[in-house]
Design a protein around this ligand. Structure first.
Ligand code: ADP
Ligand code: MG
Length: 160
């Protein structure tokens, strides 16, 4: 398990972090034809959606990235992979995940960005990458833990 912790100041840096992570995670998902699960943890306003926007824009998406607060998931299909952006904040019953066929999303070549994974009450598989954002006025502390990225890759992200 590799791990890093660093600070980012301002919305643009959070967007940039998302883009840098997409540069690492998308090739990994495509090369291994698997789904990479990224859990995004942190309070309301910590920057989970901002990070996701950077990630999705990093894939070349030019339109507006909407928060999937009401739809639970927003899909973005590219040539040979998809990004699924989940926001489980409003999930009332974890069983809803079964109804929406959550497992299918994890069987495709994809990156799943999941805000509020705790709301799933353990119905999700283990995360490949965990990103915790914590709030302080004009900056955010980021902790990234990963079983699929090397310590070198995380150190490079931290110093960007
Ligand atoms: P969440 O999805 O976690 O609820 P959002 O991404 O919707 O949070 O909102 C985060 C808020 O914090 C936005 O207003 C954004 O401009 C701001 N923000 C994001 N990243 C940073 C940062 N690194 N430093 C300061 N403010 C940030
Ligand atoms: Mg959000």
């Amino acid at each position: 398990m590799s791990k890093t912790e660093f600070k980012i100041e301002g919305e643009e840096q959070t967007v940039r972090l998302g883009t840098l992570m997409s540069d690492l995670c998308v090739p990994y998902a495509v090369k291994n034809s698997k789904s990479v699960l990224i859990f995004l943890e942190g309070d309301l306003g910590a920057g989970k959606t901002t990070f996701s926007r950077g990630f999705i824009e990093g894939c070349g998406y030019k339109d507006i990235v909407r928060s999937p607060t009401y739809t639970l998931v927003e899909p973005y299909d590219f040539d040979n992979y998809s990004i699924y952006h989940f926001d489980l904040y409003r999930l009332l019953d974890p069983e809803e995940l079964e109804y929406m066929g959550i497992r299918d999303y994890f069987e495709r070549t994809s990156v799943c960005l999941i805000e509020w994974p705790d709301k799933a009450n353990g119905l999700l598989p283990e995360a490949d990458i965990r990103i915790a954002l914590s709030y302080s006025q004009n900056s955010r502390t980021v902790v990234i833990e990963s079983s699929v990225l090397s310590q070198d890759e995380l150190d490079r992200i931290a110093s960007c």
